[in-house]
Ligand binder design. Sequence first.
Ligand SMILES: [Fe+2]
Ligand SMILES: [Fe+2]
Length: 251
Amino acid sequence: MSDAKIDRLAQDLLRINRGEMEVSEAKRLLQGIDEVELSLAEQRLLEKGVSPEQLRGLCKVHLEVLDRQVQDLKESTGPGHPLHTLISEHELILGFIDSVEKVAKAFSTKSSWSKDAEEERLLEILVESAYELVETEKHHQREEEALFPAIERQGITGPTRIMRLEHEELRPKKKALLETARKARQMEFETFNAKLQELSSFIAFNLREHIFKENTILYPAAFKAINDPFTWEDIKRKCDEIGYCCFTPAM
Ligand SMILES: [Fe+2]
Ligand SMILES: [Fe+2]
């Protein structure tokens, strides 16, 4: 694909994100988009200094189209395919984030430990969900060691670099959240609550954005760019070697 085409697409993306394009025109453009080109165009914008936050501010039309494309991708790959497993895990991880957020919200209205049954229940949910978030390490490891190298061999290196950095940023926060949840009762309420609020909002925002980028840009680009079935078999073999999360759905 030509450099000029990628540049034009990058400019169109900027216009869509700024809301400068008619909705019908944006829909037409985004539906017909090639995922590899989209990925390269986003990479170009990042290289030109557009911040990831700006790229994340996608308009509603773009979001609707992208959401449907994730479901289409899941259907076209089918159970057992590494991308199908990763997308299914993302759906569950988003649920764990929701649980953590609900607990954080419930504690945000309290000013001291009440030590009642309801508080016990909230702490149990927190320990469980934080444990499941720490379990996502296996998911990240499969991405970094099995999927990303294969994507990088296709010349798509910008998005995987960002995804690796985000995994690293999230790792200590997830561990700290689990530690905070487990040691809650030994802490002063205020210390516990401050940590809970800080960690849960960091994880909720960053992990949701991370999943969104992988689902809508990286995985579709990988599916399109890697078209040799043997490469996918090799990725699957490496994934099996690394192992799965306690919550990975049966394949
Ligand atoms: Fe990831
Ligand atoms: Fe992921």
